[in-house]
Design a protein. Structure first.
Length: 389
């Protein structure tokens, strides 16, 4: 059901070049006509919003390659369609798909959509649009999309390598499609490595950002300054993470998330988890306990225990069993379930308590999780433009 035709799009960008540091614009300087329409005083600083802020739509991507998913391609496509259906009950969903796969994606995604699911022909390689799609920044009356220069998680030449040329171009294409100006970040990274409270504090892992496979020759301080400039961030809280043990080098969105300013949810590996991930959790907890946010607040930490890995055997080493990789839509939390009944129930209760104004929906996503990702990895929010002051 295609209820959002392209002819209905409206221009959503109304900001000038003075709204953010020129260094953050990279090679995408604004047209002079736009530069004259607003000043920094009028628009404020463009800043990455909290995911709980209102969305215009959610972006997703149709898994394209059997060479990546092999016999699991059908299952992961069914999972993507189910996630799209769930989110469409709360906000519109736009799914990117290769031109030759649009019809199939429309067939699988197009039934039972409440707000509507639109499939558009934007070439892609895989489903992880959180990582290769644009990361949005907003200010009163203004919005832009940050292209974080996706390079396939820096995995060229490794066992994790997979095609990513189409994914690397998707942020630029998608922003042009919806007429949102593009900011080219001064760093290489992915949306899953960036978690913010919407008030100027960013969580990130050293392992995924200060890594020669993304940002060779850049110190942690230099990476931090580049993230601050592109995303309107005042303070970065770094946690160590772990490099080389998964395709993302330990993204923050599987580990720790902001519930709201000053409140963080922390993934705690369940029984039977690999000891290396238990060590990552312990290091992260210590870092968060000693941290303060951009406004000097200590962080209140809510732990979110994972399922018993012994109860979900047979799903592979790469299977991501993190409840923390959930997605907050307009009025809903879309979260995974893993078939460990007691753990699934505890996760639902914790998330419901953390987001009392949201409805928690849990979905079985074994296909997606088998690829080392989750619902958050498979989604990217397009935030609403805050009212002009």
């Amino acid at each position: 059901m295609d209820v959002h035709p392209r002819t209905s799009r409206r221009r959503v960008l109304q900001f000038g070049a003075a709204a953010l540091p020129l260094a953050a614009l990279g090679s995408t300087a604004l047209p002079a006509s736009l530069a004259r329409t607003a000043s920094a005083a009028e628009t404020g600083t463009l800043r990455m919003p909290a995911e709980t802020d209102r969305h215009v739509r959610t972006y997703m991507a149709w898994p394209a390659l059997s060479s990546v998913w092999e016999t699991g391609l059908g299952a992961v496509r069914r999972d993507i369609a189910e996630v799209a259906h769930a989110i469409s009950r709360y906000e519109p969903v736009v799914v990117l798909a290769r031109p030759g796969q649009v019809a199939e994606a429309r067939y699988q995604c197009g039934q039972g959509a409440y707000y509507g699911i639109q499939v558009i022909d934007v070439p892609n390689d895989d489903l992880w649009i959180r990582d290769f799609g644009p990361t949005f920044v907003v200010a009163p009356g203004a919005i832009a999309g940050v292209d974080t220069n996706f390079n396939g998680w820096g995995k060229a030449g490794t066992a994790y390598a997979q095609p990513f040329a189409h994914d690397a171009a998707a942020a630029r294409t998608l922003l042009a499609e919806y007429e949102v100006n593009r900011i080219r970040a001064g760093f290489v990274g992915e949306g899953g490595s960036l978690e913010t409270d919407g008030e100027g504090t960013l969580l990130a892992t050293v392992s995924s950002m200060v890594n020669a496979n993304r940002n060779p020759g850049m110190s942690q301080d230099r990476v931090e300054q580049a993230m601050k400039a592109a995303l309107g961030i005042d303070k970065v809280i770094w946690v160590p993470g772990l490099a080389g043990q998964d395709i993302t080098d330990c993204h923050i969105d599987c580990l720790a998330r902001f519930i709201s300013p000053g409140r963080v949810i922390l993934d705690k590996p369940g029984p039977g988890a690999d000891k290396k991930w238990v060590a990552v959790y312990e290091e992260t907890k210590r870092a968060l306990q000693s941290a303060t946010d951009a406004h000097g607040r200590r962080l209140a930490i809510t732990e979110l225990p994972g399922p018993d890995r012994r109860e979900i055997r047979g799903r592979g080493e790469e299977f991501l069993s993190s409840y923390t990789n959930y997605y907050t839509a307009n009025g809903a939390v879309i979260a995974p379930q893993f078939g460990d009944g007691p753990a699934d129930g505890v996760a639902r209760a914790i998330l419901q308590a953390a987001y009392p104004g949201h409805r928690v929906e849990q979905l079985a996503i074994d296909g997606i999780a088998s690829g080392g990702g989750g619902i958050h990895c498979a989604t990217q929010s397009h935030p609403a433009v805050p009212p002009a002051v």
